[in-house]
Design a protein around this ligand. Sequence first.
Ligand SMILES: Cc1cc2nc3c(=O)[nH]c(=O)nc-3n(C[C@H](O)[C@H](O)[C@H](O)COP(=O)(O)O)c2cc1C
Length: 184
Amino acid sequence: MGLLREGINEIIATTAYNAAPMGIHLRNNHLTMVLFSGSHTAENIERDGWVVANFVHDPVLFVRTAFEDLPRESFVDEPVNGRIMQRLSNPDAWAAFNAIVEHKTSEAIMVRLTLEKEIIEGASVHPVNRGFNSIIDATVHATRYKENQDPKLQQLIQYHAGIVRKCGGKREIEALHILQKYIF
Ligand SMILES: Cc1cc2nc3c(=O)[nH]c(=O)nc-3n(C[C@H](O)[C@H](O)[C@H](O)COP(=O)(O)O)c2cc1C
């Protein structure tokens, strides 16, 4: 299964000049995504049948791609088995997948992935940092909070913000400021 690990891999998914943080599930050698209806990622995958997983460790990029559209120059065209796919311009690594919608409900699509090509662009070491991990958690809650303004989610975001302030570096703090601008 290449670069992905058992469980849910939090990557930045690129589809037709679009980027968003998404989870890729690896269980029993099967790769899947569950995409809530209405996202650009879900629409593009249904239409084009491919997705690229970008492996990045920049907390700011996770927050920005969750809430904003990136400019076109953030993407690189990548030929993969006769199709041109877009990936981010400077990920640590990327993996390109064929993507087939296996199941569809009114709320979500379930997508089955098959690996087509993967490249490690530059290996770097990332010590575990709770501040980084909490940015990821806070951003997941924030994308849902924006939809429903659930006060429980607000509490969870505040909890993770505390960990980011305590354990994060400058980049995590910058990501937190951007996140707060989007939701409060
Ligand atoms: C770490 C992380 C993981 C996420 N995983 C998923 C996911 O697996 N499925 C999903 O539908 N949304 C997921 N989201 C929410 C999307 O990123 C969010 O809805 C985003 O705005 C979609 O952007 P798009 O419209 O450009 O596709 C995740 C968010 C974060 C921060």
